[in-house]
Design a protein around this ligand. Structure first.
Ligand code: NAD
Ligand code: IPM
Ligand code: MN
Length: 349
């Protein structure tokens, strides 16, 4: 891989709008990085007939890290599943082996009023969801058909093996150890065998991390606690599906889905960085998208793949400063455009 090459995969809807601002921020840092873009998702399907063309994967392989926008386009929702835009993000995560997804949710000063929670509840949020990304019901056997009685049916197998649980549990403990030392494992062990295995393995791994305080919580309760008292969470480790759902919820707790970045890591330095939100077809092309999640994803790229911690700190501080000047895109209750928000972050650098 080329240690100065960043792959930019803008994708669909607001993906290109928000990655443009994130790229400008990376460029402004003058770190000697080079950028190459490739199509992905519906945009790639349109030009090449496939949502994840081999050239796009090859670029991701060559690059030090990948900055991803979003994929998804209602025009393609009725295609066979293998050709839908969403397969691109699932496929590239699998291809790169990026099994550990860090989704930090913290409140930026001044954004309490954008949260739907009471300000004093929102103010306390500083958590990270460690989401397993390459297994679970997403990747188990699936199918649709007809029962012997002639009813339509569908199924998706939820499964994990112990190695998959062990490696994400380790990321959870390592993450908690570097934070406030509290790890909450979220599962549904009262009903699901997959979750019982998950819980057993997490408890085995806990032996190696006596400094971390481990608790277990059922996912339904976790969803409730996340709006009751989110400040009580430090690090959450959970499976692919539960992590997907809880992270959208956590994003609104800190003001907007447009604020949550993510890092998908392979454990060896390669990473794919993307906002947790989707292509937002309802606002695409209108300059309304909040680019902060994409910009903060670029900061995570600097930190986790390039070892540029100081530059990452600068980007995060610039986002905080821009928000501190009361600049808000519509999702946060303001009327700033995507470009104006990006400009403000650049100015803060
Ligand atoms: P979404 O996250 O795209 O949008 C949900 C709501 O949040 C919409 O009202 C949207 O306008 C708003 N929103 C999202 N990001 C925003 C931003 N940066 N600034 C302001 N508002 C924002 O979720 P959806 O509507 O359920 O899905 C739309 C498409 O995106 C679907 O095709 C879905 O499969 C896809 N999707 C892709 C990813 C990804 O690429 N990683 C993630 C989630 C959804
Ligand atoms: C996300 C998205 C994806 C996921 C979809 C688009 C496959 O919702 O990144 O959160 O479920 O992982
Ligand atoms: Mn999601």
């Amino acid at each position: 891989t080329d240690s100065t090459l960043i792959a930019i995969l803008p994708g669909d809807g607001i993906g290109p709008e928000v990655t443009r601002e994130a790229r400008r921020v990376l460029e402004a840092l003058d770190l000697g990085l080079r950028f190459e873009e490739a199509p992905v998702g519906g945009a790639a399907y349109r030009t090449s007939g496939h949502p994840l063309p081999p050239e796009t994967l090859a670029l991701a392989d060559r690059a030090a890290a990948v900055l991803f926008g979003a994929v998804g386009d209602p025009a393609f929702d009725s295609l066979e599943r293998a050709l839908r835009p969403e397969q691109a993000i699932l496929g590239i995560r699998k291809h790169l082996g990026t099994f550990a997804n860090l989704r930090p949710a913290r409140i930026f000063p001044g954004l309490e009023d954008a949260s739907t929670l009471k300000p004093e509840v929102a103010r306390a949020i500083d958590l990270v969801i460690v989401r397993e990304l390459n297994g679970d019901v997403y990747f188990g056997a699936k199918g649709r058909g007809t029962t012997p009685a002639g009813k339509r049916e569908g199924h998706d197998l939820m499964r994990y093996d112990e190695d998959e649980v062990r490696r994400i549990a380790r990321v959870g403990f390592e993450t908690a150890a570097k934070r406030r030392g509290k790890l909450c494992s979220v599962d549904k062990a009262n009903v699901l065998e997959t979750s019982q295995l998950w819980r057993d393995v997490v408890m085995e791994v806990a032996v190696d991390y006596p400094q971390v305080e481990l608790t277990h919580m059922y996912v339904d309760n976790a969803a409730m606690q996340l709006v009751r008292n989110p400040g009580a969470f430090d690090t959450i480790v959970t499976g692919n599906l539960f992590g997907d759902i809880l992270s959208d919820q956590a994003s609104m707790c800190v003001g907007s889905i447009g604020m949550l970045p993510s890092a998908a890591l392979d454990g060896a330095g390669k990473g794919l960085y993307e906002p947790i939100h989707g292509s937002a077809p309802d606002i695409a092309g209108q300059g309304k998208a909040n680019p902060c999640a994409a910009i903060l994803s670029a900061a995570m790229l600097l930190r986790h793949s390039l070892g540029q911690d100081a530059a990452a700190d600068r980007v995060e501080a610039a986002v905080a400063a821009a928000l501190g000047r009361e600049l808000r895109t519509p999702d946060m209750g303001g009327d700033a455009t995507t470009a104006a928000m990006g400009e403000a972050v650049l100015a803060g650098l």
